[in-house]
Design a protein around this ligand. Structure first.
Ligand code: ADP
Length: 633
């Protein structure tokens, strides 16, 4: 193969792959350029320089691209190669556009149309006019753009180039949309979309989805402008799907933001939020700075709409940071506005919270008030009840006192009236007994009867004495005669008083005196009465047994008198009642024993008058122990 053929082949290959495999194309072209230069193969050199220029423009080096393109153009011009000049002008137009030199870009593109004419190549003319339209549109000359696009479409149709035709239709739709001719716009955009419905579309997936996304995007914008937002949403979502399919990140974030904007327009800020957030993520990942700041602004507005001015401020700050150099006072002003708004809202929120707390506290205070009032009322009622209760009680007490007094009066009078004749009866019956015993005549047969009279008289006297004593205690004015007296003489008296009763039933008596003192201060008569009563009971309810009086001092400055017997004992259920007036265990039984049922009642009253107490421990059939505790004075 000749060198020329080889160079031609390399150039052809580089030309084919230059859009998709830029680096490889550049390498091949650079080789071809060297080879062509070596053999001074001008056509080959021009072709490789053209591809090199194109590749540099794609790799972001427009200056290098421009140098190579100009060189290529000069050679084609020299060779009078119009096709070549057309191709290089196409590349040059692109480079100037990238460099921002719109007049030169426009000039190149106008030339392009001219070369196509010269070549009578309608397809090339269509491409040229389409490019021209894009440039006009960029220069804000929509009407000129419109005209060129209409011509381009016409020419593509003539050539049956549906792929390019759809592209121009899409461009035309955009221009119409910009001009506000929305019906025309949607007509052309729909035409462009129809292209993808062809059954045998022989297109690479990445190009197909990319182009389709562009058309869907245009449609979305048009319907958005028309106010048919749901339809717009549908198109944007489809565009997003296409971009996701081919992993085209930039188009993805553009579609996401478009969806977000529609939601925002529909005042669906909550729905817009995730779309803007995702758009920002993607834009950040590929450093799409131009869009990123727009998204920040949109997200800030979204948050503001939700009422989250804190987040709104954060994203406005991001937006502001990205554009500080570009924008000036207006944004500054807005930032301050947002900051003030956020602060105001925060303060408002706090004050609302405080108000809430206040209300809650007020509620609590009210409840407390109610509770206090309720309790006070309750207390008042209780107090009033208590007062009236006290009044009633006082009245009752007074009544009782009065009754007791009357009772005592009666008893005192009665006792006196009873005691005199009784003493006479007992005295005369003793005298009669003595007389009969002395005479020892027939009258002895009366001795038993007289003895019964005497016994009954004594019992009656005892009863009267006991009742009298008890009534005195209950009247609450017992006389207390405190004196210091000898314990021993007191005991001697007591034992003397009970000895006959003890002997009567063949009982043994013992006294154990453990006291360290010989005298005590108390009411001697009452103390004697208590001991006599307890010992009398012990003797009365014991037969052939033992009776023991033990006296000792406790740790607590008390003197304890313990009367223990081995008699009949008292059952548990009766223990509590024996101290009641007139209570005697078992009436039938008590008939066997003398007594009035008042002894213990009197004794325990006396004990409490002396600040002491009487307690009992007993077991039926085993005996009893009565304990009298007397505090030392
Ligand atoms: P009484 O004059 O009947 O003895 P008390 O008041 O002295 O009256 O005693 C009340 C009752 O307690 C007695 O009738 C008797 O049933 C019972 N009682 C008192 N002391 C004893 C005792 N040491 N042993 C058994 N029972 C007793």
């Amino acid at each position: 193969m000749s060198s020329i053929d080889h160079i031609d082949q390399q150039n052809k290959l580089a030309n084919q792959i230059r859009s998709n495999q830029v680096k490889e194309a550049l390498e091949i072209s650079l080789n071809a350029e060297r080879s062509a230069r070596a053999i001074n193969y001008k056509a080959g050199l021009a072709s490789s320089l053209e591809t090199i220029a194109y590749c540099y423009s794609l790799t972001g080096d427009p200056s290098a691209a421009l140098v190579n393109a100009n060189k290529s153009f000069a050679i084609y011009n020299e060779l009078n190669n119009t096709i070549g000049m057309y191709e290089v002008s196409n590349v040059l137009g692109r480079i100037y556009w990238e460099l921002g030199d719109y007049p030169s870009a426009l000039q190149c593109t106008v030339d392009l149309v001219d070369y196509a004419h010269q070549l009578e190549d309608s397809k090339r003319e269509a491409i040229a006019r389409n490019n021209l339209a894009v440039l006009y549109s960029g220069q804000n000359l929509p009407h000129k753009s419109l005209k060129e696009l209409q011509k381009a479409i016409q020419l593509y149709r003539e050539n049956d180039d549906k792929f390019e035709e759809h592209k121009s239709c899409n461009n035309l739709a955009t221009i119409y949309s910009d001009l506000g001719s929305l019906e025309e716009a949607s007509k052309y955009a729909s035409l462009a979309l129809d292209y993808f419905d062809q059954p045998l579309l022989n297109l690479d997936e990445s190009i197909r989805e990319d182009e389709k996304a562009k058309v869907l995007n245009t449609l979305g914008r048009i319907y958005g402008k028309k106010g048919e937002d749901q339809q717009a949403l549908k198109f944007f979502k489809q565009a997003l799907e296409s971009s996701v399919k081919i992993k085209h990140i930039r188009n993805q974030h553009i579609s996401l933001a478009d969806i977000g904007r529609i939601h925002l327009k529909l005042k669906e800020a909550e729905k817009a939020l995730p779309f803007f957030e995702k758009a920002i993520d993607l834009a950040k990942s590929i450093k799409s700075k131009k869009e990123l700041f727009e998204y920040y602004l949109a997200l800030s507005e979204t948050y503001e709409m939700i009422g989250d001015s804190k987040s709104a401020l954060i994203y406005y700050k991001h937006f502001f940071e990205e554009n500080k150099s570009v924008f000036g006072d207006e944004q500054d002003q807005r930032l301050k506005q947002l900051e003030i708004k956020y602060r105001t809202e925060s303060i408002q929120r706090e004050s609302e919270l405080l108000t809430e707390k206040n209300v809650a506290l007020q509620g609590l205070a009210d409840e407390l008030d109610d509770e206090v009032n309720r309790k006070t009322a309750e207390l008042r009622t209780t107090l009033e009840n208590e007062k009236s209760l006290k009044r009633t009680l006082a009245l009752a007490l007074n009544k009782e006192k009065e009754l007791n007094r009357l009772k005592s009066n009666i008893i005192n009078t009665m006792s006196h009236e009873f005691r005199t004749p009784l003493n006479a009866i007992i005295g005369y019956s003793e005298m009669l007994t003595e007389d009969i015993e002395e005479n020892s005549d027939d009258s002895t047969i009366y001795l038993d009867d007289i003895s019964r009279i005497k016994k009954a008289g004594r019992h009656l006297l005892q009863l009267i004495n006991d009742v009298l004593a008890l009534s005195k205690v209950e009247e609450n004015n017992p006389d207390i005669n405190l004196s210091l007296f000898s314990i021993e003489s007191m005991l001697t008296y007591v034992i003397e008083m009970i000895s006959s009763e003890i002997d009567k039933q063949n009982n043994q008596f013992s006294l154990i005196n453990k006291l360290t003192i010989s005298e005590i201060r108390s009411d001697e008569v009452k103390l004697k009465q208590i001991l006599i009563n307890l010992l009398n009971n012990a003797a009365k309810f014991t037969e052939n047994g033992e009776i023991q009086l033990t006296i000792f001092e406790s740790d607590k400055d008390e003197i304890i008198f313990e009367v223990k017997d081995t008699g009949i004992g008292i059952s548990e259920e009766n223990l509590e009642q024996i101290f009641d007036s007139f209570y005697q265990v078992e009436n039938s039984l008590s008939r066997n024993y003398q007594g009035t049922g008042l002894g213990l009642a009197i004794s325990s009253r006396f004990a409490s008058i002396l600040n002491g107490r009487i307690s009992v421990q007993s077991k039926l059939g085993q005996g009893s122990t009565f304990t009298f505790t007397l505090p030392k004075l």
